[in-house]
Structures are given as structure tokens and as C-alpha cells.
Design a protein around this ligand. Structure first.
Ligand SMILES: *Cc1c(COP(=O)(O)O)cnc(C)c1O
Length: 391
């Protein structure tokens, strides 16, 4: 046993650490000096830039992806008595947003290889109460959108896409988040580009985006944020009981510059992904599925699977051992039915979603931030080789 860790405690490699560069630092300082901290021209600019990047017509910046999901469902008139079908292989926010609308979440198991919601399982869960499908493009790999759109059309369902991992993702050349009625994005600190906290909704129609904007700012009539501007005082009118979900200019100041470098960061993560694939092809661990030529993967998470029978170490022991080597890793995710709240509330059992259960119990995400240097990547590989014996 080699007792000297690959990296010391002081030099611990933090999982999912973002890159912050000088242009966004300067832009935030400019916002602060201007005194305009809240929702204003920089938020409008970020929306315009994001629409241009995604080839979308309508966008609203909000303070999180969770808020984006919540408002997308409200703007779809989803509420009490409705069922929304989503995946057990997601972050809890996806399911909580459904619950906060008053609707009932229904889970459909994932495909073992892609880890994305399985259209066959979706179809089996449809009832007369089903209103929408909420697919998550897991790790940045697009879901089988042809099949999901086909199901949605036949059963008259809406599609709301959780694109928290999938800013750069395309499917048959079309951007993730532009298939459904709404596409919801996250700029949380661990995501592909960041604003600290932050989110964005893409919508198919002007009417839909206006509903989102009103719901996101107290239910006040559109452009209420302009009421203190030099265009003169404007009365606002409250037309619904809305939420406080608006993005600030300080956040947009970061996002505008991060978005300019999105493709540079994507290329870097792709290179890390390929480096890991080569390095680990020799080890008895499961590697991410290959990417088909009709898709563009966003390379948000590099998830391996550690099966004790093959790797000779359990997933949780693997995490402890790699962490002890000074490398931070993540789990994305324990399947949703593993959590006590959902078991208690909906009677869900992990065994009823066997693919998600297995993935959730065996998966580990390795660092793949564009911030990683070549020597960081070499350290990750070295640590994995210390913990798992070669075949
Ligand atoms: C991060 C994440 C969210 C929540 O995003 P926030 O911006 O933090 O609200 C939702 N769904 C998935 C799949 C995520 O990874």
C-alpha cells in the first residue's frame, strides 16, 4: 500500500470548480459602480446572447433552473390533479418543481446505456391525467427526442426539457431546449457556464415567454423593472400572484462573458473526456456510452460505474479511497426513489426503477471542469489506477 496520496489535503482537487476570468470580474465591478445591481440591461443582453447561441426566439433569464422548471409548468397550466412523467435519474429539483405546481410526479425508468428516460417506460406510465413529459438530458447527452415527440403528439402531451446539463447539446442538429414547449437551463456554480446562481427558459411563443416573465416578477405587468428608469415613472399592475425569480444584472454580467467562451470550454471538456476514455479502457469499470454521430454531447459529467463484482471495490469505498488521494468526485445521482421523502409521499421503491437504481448505486462522476490542467487530469488518472486494479 502506497500511503502517500496523489495530492495533499492543501492541494485537494475540488469537484466541479468553475473558471472565472477577468472580463466577468470587470463586468461585475462595472455593474456595482453603476449602481444598477438588479434586473436591467445586462439581463436583457444575456437573454439576447443566449437566444443567438441556441437559435431560439424567446428567452427569459431567471434566478435558477429550478425556478425555470416551476414557471414553465405553471405557464403550461399544469396544476392539481395533473401527472407529469419524469426520470428517476435526476437532481431532486426536477421532481420538487412538479410537486410545487401541485401536480403529481410519475417516474419512468431510464435506459441502462444512455442513462436517459426510456420512451417505452414513458409510454407505459401514461394515464388520462398525464399532461406533460419532463425529460432530463442526463450528463449532457440528449434524450431520444424523436421517440418522445412522437409519444407527446399521439397523447397530446407537452414537453418541458430539463437542460441543466445540456447547454451545448444538439440532437439531429437541433438544440436541446428547443424541442419542447419550454427548455430550462442552469448556471449554478458547477454547471458548464456559471452566473453563481442563475437560470434561463427558452419558449416557443412570445405569449409563453411573457407569462414566464410576469410570473417571475411578482405577477407584475411586463417590463416592470423599467419603472424606475429615465423613461419616466410607469405604473405597474399585478395580474397574478407571481414569484421573485428574476435574475440580477450582477449575475448576467458574469454570464455574458462565460457564454462567449462556452465553445472553448466545451472543447476542453471533450479533450478531458477522450483522455479519460483512453486511460481507463484498461480498467474493470464501466465507461460512458459512445456518442452517436447525430448527437452533440455537452460533456457535463463524466460518469463511470463501479460494480463491486468486477472492480473488486464497492462504489462507496471507491469514493472514500479516491477522496483520500486528494481527488473530489460526485454522485449523479442516487435515484430519486432512494430518498425518504418520496418513499413516504408516493410509496416509490428503488427496485421499481431497476436501471436507475443500479446506476445510482454504482455511478461516480470524475472531475471534468474546463479549469483542470493537464497535470490535474494526470492526477485523477493516477488516483483511479491506485484504487482499481487493472484487468
Ligand atoms: C442543477 C440541476 C437543476 C437545478 O438547477 P438550479 O439552477 O440549481 O436550480 C435541475 N435539474 C438538474 C438535472 C440539475 O443538474
Amino acid at each position: 500500500m502506497n500511503s502517500k496520496p496523489v495530492r495533499t489535503k492543501e492541494n485537494f482537487l475540488i469537484f466541479g470548480s468553475p473558471i472565472i476570468e477577468q472580463p466577468e470580474i470587470d463586468e461585475v465591478v462595472k455593474s456595482m459602480k453603476s449602481g444598477w445591481l438588479g434586473t436591467g440591461p445586462k439581463v436583457a443582453q444575456f437573454e439576447t446572447d443566449f437566444k443567438a447561441y441556441k437559435g431560439a426566439n424567446y428567452a427569459a433569464a431567471l434566478n435558477s433552473c429550478t425556478a425555470s422548471l416551476h414557471l414553465s409548468m405553471l405557464a403550461s397550466d399544469i396544476g392539481k390533479g395533473d401527472e407529469i412523467i419524469t426520470t428517476p435519474m435526476t437532481f431532486c429539483a426536477t421532481v420538487n418543481a412538479i410537486i410545487h405546481c401541485g401536480a403529481t410526479p410519475v417516474l419512468a425508468d431510464v435506459d441502462q446505456r444512455t442513462m436517459n428516460i426510456d420512451p417505452k417506460c414513458v409510454e407505459a406510465k401514461i394515464t388520462p391525467k398525464t399532461k406533460a413529459i419532463l425529460p432530463v438530458h442526463f450528463a449532457g447527452r440528449p434524450c431520444d427526442m424523436d421517440a418522445l415527440l412522437n409519444i407527446a403528439e399521439r397523447h397530446n402531451l407537452k414537453i418541458i426539457e430539463d437542460c441543466a446539463h445540456a447547454i451545448e447539446t444538439t440532437y439531429n442538429g437541433k438544440h436541446a431546449g428547443t424541442f419542447g414547449e419550454f427548455g430550462c437551463f442552469s448556471f449554478y456554480v458547477t454547471k458548464n457556464i456559471v452566473t453563481g446562481e442563475g437560470g434561463m427558459v427558452l419558449a416557443k411563443s412570445e405569449e409563453a415567454i411573457n407569462r414566464i416573465k410576469i410570473l417571475g416578477l411578482h405577477g407584475m405587468t411586463k417590463d416592470a423593472w423599467k419603472r424606475f428608469s429615465d423613461e419616466g415613472y410607469k405604473h405597474y399592475l399585478v395580474v397574478t400572484a407571481g414569484f421573485k425569480y428574476n435574475m440580477m444584472d450582477i449575475q448576467a454580467a458574469i454570464g455574458i462573458h462565460q457564454l462567449k467562451r462556452i465553445e472553448v470550454y466545451w472543447k476542453r471538456r471533450q479533450a478531458i473526456w477522450q483522455r479519460y476514455n483512453e486511460a481507463f479502457s484498461n480498467l474493470p469499470i464501466g465507461l460512458p456510452a459512445d456518442t452517436a454521430s447525430n448527437i452533440r454531447h455537452a460533456y457535463h459529467l463524466y460518469t463511470i460505474s463501479v460494480d463491486k463484482d468486477k472492480a473488486g471495490i464497492s462504489r462507496d469505498s471507491f469514493i472514500d479511497a479516491v477522496t483520500a488521494e486528494g481527488i473530489g468526485v460526485g454522485v449523479h445521482y442516487l435515484s430519486i426513489p432512494e430518498h425518504p421523502f418520496y418513499q413516504k409521499t408516493f410509496g416509490w421503491k428503488p427496485e421499481d426503477y431497476p436501471n436507475a437504481m443500479r446506476i445510482g448505486r454504482q455511478t461516480v462522476s470524475l472531475p471534468i471542469s474546463a479549469k483542470l490542467t493537464d497535470s490535474d487530469i494526470a492526477d485523477v488518472i493516477k488516483a483511479i489506477y491506485k484504487v482499481v486494479k487493472s484487468k
